[in-house]
Design a protein around this ligand. Sequence first.
Ligand SMILES: N[C@@H](CCC(=O)N[C@@H](CS)C(=O)NCC(=O)O)C(=O)O
Length: 291
Amino acid sequence: MKDASSYTPPKIWSWKKEGGGRFANINRPIAGSTHEKDLPVGRHPMQLYSLATPNGVKVTVMLEELLALGHAGAEYDAWLIRISEGDQFGSGFVAVNPNSKIPALLDRSEPTPVRVFESGAILLYLAEKFEAFLPSRRDERAECLSWLFWQMGSAPYLGGGFGHFYAYAPTKIEYAIDRYAMEVKRQLDVLDRRLGQSPYLAGDDYTVADMSVWPWYGTLAKGQLYQAGEFLQVQEYTNVVRWTDQIAKRPAVRRGRMVNRTWGDPSSQLHERHDAGDFDTRTQDKLAAAR
Ligand SMILES: N[C@@H](CCC(=O)N[C@@H](CS)C(=O)NCC(=O)O)C(=O)O
């Protein structure tokens, strides 16, 4: 095995600020804010502070799906949080999410504003509030929540484990890449077997479970995450690919994935969303043409 390390951990760990690797500049071993900064507040009931990473996309897809169903109470302002610039450590953001990670939601339509953090909790909060995308029958609800929580527990192995060591770590460590590639392929097989039994994860209907899993494992199954499609032979998971393509066609999904996106084709980037019309007028290509 290559890259056998000669590192022996010291008795007490210490923080090396120049640790290297992507995101080294924002990783810290302490919680709390680094600077005073209030969050902006718009006119809509829902205030979302986010970025279009897979965890962020889950929530913008859900809000767009709720609006498509006619739930006006799901109207939202989506504010951009640039995590590579440390926006998540501003005092206003930390007050909404003490864990300093996107996405974070503030529901200002309740008598006292309600904060919600953790993407799974946000999906569940919205699903309960609007009674949508969550089955009401106890057995179906249990299946839906099982897959929702499966995603919350599994994706850190994909992102923090496989993605980190395969794509971002300053050195390629065979042991780490092998360990997480094995786990991610196992997870894809779990999904593939499930999606061989039913059209969606919870059964016949599209639910918050699909919204939670799709941005991570759908992107992976199309070879668009960590450039790892060939390495993991993702095309073999044919049920996952079928399900991914089906969900990608939904108009609300196409809109949701554009919100708070700061990379890719300029026509796919809507940095902030404050109005349904913004998709037609405020993408980066349109703003550049208007300048
Ligand atoms: N379990 C959390 C994970 C959120 C998360 O990891 N967010 C990342 C972006 S995808 C983030 O904000 N990172 C900034 C940081 O770690 O400082 C959730 O699902 O909401």
